[in-house]
Design a protein around this ligand. Structure first.
Ligand SMILES: [Zn+2]
Length: 447
């Protein structure tokens, strides 16, 4: 690509990303229509009609189709428009400024995931402008309500308007940040995701006057023991083939690598990895089994001098695709065996889900990445989090859905933790790179 063309591409993609970041789509309440209109205007300027569709006027989804010249599969390019809340006081630049400073584009959603929405949009617009010939069809979808609830976004679309969003292949968020191992770049391609198995533990005690400690009858003291017991519990390990391959690539010490893959040694091995290479440990630990994260405490007390009669904690728990709710109950029972008087309730339970690999889509991604960054490696992996791919896999059982949008400027360790945190930003260089990836993928996958 000539230098002028590169510069024009960067200008176009960064400009669109900035405008999307300026549209405050904090969910709740969402207001995704603001960002959908930015896209509709951009597509109109490129001769493409966008369709707005949704259950609520302020929370519309946007769909654009670009037909190829020959028959072939439909490739869906999915992205959500909503973002999580931001505390402006904590940010170096205002979270809805979309400002370009110091080599970054700043704003809530810069990496989760208005960057991918912008890259996919610019790729579609450029292919349309060039009159590019390809087979099949491109289906661009920018949706509402992923971060919370999923009431009026992807789930609503696949259930209420399946004819508008049915596709054979799907690319969505969830993969594309890279680790550098022994000088080589390693890119996870997420092909499946862990399931939610969220629950609440409630403990009951005896209420009373704060001047008389009740100790074990004070539900807050007992809740503290529950939380500690869950944190200390070493749940059973299952090493999926993907996970084993990921460990092989990510961990350079051969002895530690073998112990991490041995279910009976993996827990102490991951503790050792936390000391040696915390970033690798954060990536690997959730893939080994169940995870328990206490996130919301309900202390039950309302006055300083009153000991409440009950208290509870909500646990964000995720299961591997090979695990089910019975595994969670068994582990919780084992973890809390020494504590009396607690009650278990499910708060959310979903199925894990995955797509096959290898497929023509995964192979095309590998070839494009090798063209762009010779020698890099793309490896399939389960995602520890949740994405809208789940709704597409549920509605269209034959679909092949992956999470992938490659970064080039900064690795996972450098970017680590910017999503959902303050100062979310993306290196300017990554923005046109991601456009190029989607453009090249269309020519590789739909020749
Ligand atoms: Zn996201």
């Amino acid at each position: 690509m000539a230098r002028d063309e590169r510069r024009a591409l960067e200008h176009e993609a960064v400009g669109l990303l900035s405008r999307l970041l300026q549209a405050d789509t904090t969910n709740p309440p969402g207001n995704e229509t603001r960002a959908a209109l930015v896209l509709a205007e951009y597509f109109a300027a490129n001769g493409l009609d966008a369709q707005l569709v949704g259950d609520l006027p302020d929370r519309q989804n946007l769909i654009v189709r670009l037909a190829g010249t020959r028959p072939g599969p439909t490739l869906g390019l999915l992205g959500h428009l909503d973002v999580v809340p931001a505390e402006p006081d904590e940010w170096a630049w205002p979270p809805f400024s979309g400002i370009v400073r110091g080599g970054y584009v700043w704003g809530r959603g810069a990496t989760d995931m208005k960057n991918q929405v912008a890259a996919q949009a610019v790729a579609v617009a450029r292919l349309a402008r060039q009159g590019a010939e390809f087979s099949g069809e491109l289906l661009f979808m920018a949706t509402a309500d992923e971060e919370r609830g999923d009431y009026c976004g992807a789930r609503w679309l696949v259930r209420q308007r399946p004819e508008l969003v049915r596709c054979d292949l799907l690319l969505n968020e969830g993969g594309g940040t890279y680790s550098v191992v022994d000088g080589a770049r390693l890119y996870p391609l997420t092909v499946g995701e862990k399931a939610f198995a969220d629950f609440r533990i409630t403990v009951h005690g005896r209420g009373g006057h704060g001047s008389v400690p009740l100790h074990d009858l004070n539900p807050n003291e007992r809740l503290g023991r529950v939380i500690t017991a869950l944190a200390d519990h070493e749940s059973g390990v299952a090493v999926a083939p993907f996970t084993a391959r990921y460990i092989d690539r990510l961990v350079s010490d051969p002895a530690l690598r073998e112990r991490l893959k041995d279910p009976s040694l993996a827990r102490p091995a991951v503790r050792e990895l936390h000391r040696l290479d915390p970033e690798a440990a954060y990536l690997i630990e959730p893939l080994l089994g169940l995870t328990f994260s206490p996130t919301i405490l309900h202390g039950g007390g309302e006055a300083l001098n009153v000991i409440p009669s009950h208290a509870s904690v909500d646990i964000d728990c995720r299961m591997l695709p090979s695990q089910g709710p019975d595994d969670v109950r068994r582990e919780v029972d084992a973890a809390l065996a020494g504590i009396d008087g607690w009650e278990f309730t499910w708060t959310d339970l979903t199925d894990s889900n995955e797509s096959p690999v290898p497929t023509p889509l995964s192979e095309a991604i590998e070839r494009v990445m090798d063209d762009l960054l010779p020698g890099c490696e793309v490896i399939p992996l389960h995602l520890t989090g949740f994405t809208d791919s789940r709704w597409f896999r549920e509605a269209f059982p034959d679909i092949v859905a992956y999470g992938f949008c490659p970064f080039v400027a900064e690795d996972t360790a450098t970017m680590g933790g910017r999503e959902h945190a303050k100062d979310e930003r993306i290196a300017v260089e990554d923005v046109p790179f991601q456009v190029r990836f989607f453009e090249l993928l269309v020519s590789e996958l739909l020749p």
